[in-house]
Ligand binder design. Structure first.
Ligand code: HEC
Length: 168
């Protein structure tokens, strides 16, 4: 198992931002807005690439789950965790741009999402297929929760759906 060498930058950023947001709590009560249109073209491109590769990995993971291919699940889930584009190749300028566009809740969801991928990968390494199912469903939860809040311009079908994305 390989742990990514670079700490997920968005997670670090999230910690900073959340600390700031606690001070400015009312700002968090705002309706979530689509984040895509607020990103620089460069960040948009990076996010889009990450999402397409995440989708590909999610499909492969499902294939692996269905046939009990633990190593496929482990590899692909680890890849989702590592393909943390927000952490991968961000320049200082990107980070500033991201901070301008991304609210704390978005960064938090992104951090949770990649953490879930990591747990899924570990469950697969332990050949624990029940736990794999559990974390896979959490992963899908993350896609929907984030998209329904922050990607409604890309996925307008979520508009007007229940804003409460957490299912517990
Ligand atoms: C933390 C937020 C977040 C999570 C979690 C997330 N996404 Fe996304 N995703 C986005 C945003 C924001 C966009 C839209 C960007 C835009 O407006 O262009 C997006 C767009 C996409 C796209 C369209 C990409 C394109 O350019 O055509 C795909 C496919 C996608 N996501 C797949 C997934 C899958 C599959 C998962 C879960 C396994 C997932 N995403 C989890 C935020 C997220």
């Amino acid at each position: 198992m390989r742990f990514t060498m670079h700490p997920p930058i968005a997670v670090c950023l999230a910690a900073v931002v959340i600390a700031g947001a606690v001070a400015a709590a009312p700002a968090m009560a705002k309706e979530p807005e689509p984040i895509g249109p607020k990103l620089t073209p460069r960040l948009q491109q990076m996010l889009s690439e990450e999402m397409l590769s995440v989708r590909q990995a999610a499909k492969q993971i499902l294939d692996g789950l269905i046939v009990g291919d633990h190593s496929l699940v482990a590899t692909q889930a680890q890849q989702v965790h590592d393909s943390f584009i927000l952490a991968r190749a961000l320049t200082e300028q990107d980070k500033k741009d991201l901070m301008k566009a991304a609210p704390p809740e978005f960064l938090k969801l992104d951090g949770e999402f990649h953490m879930t991928a990591k747990k899924l990968s570990e469950a697969a390494l332990h050949k624990d297929y029940e736990l794999q199912r559990f974390y896979y469903s959490r992963l899908v939860d993350s896609c929907q929760t984030c998209h329904s809040q922050f990607a409604t311009s890309k996925f307008p079908a979520f508009s007007g759906a229940q804003p409460e994305g957490h299912s517990h």
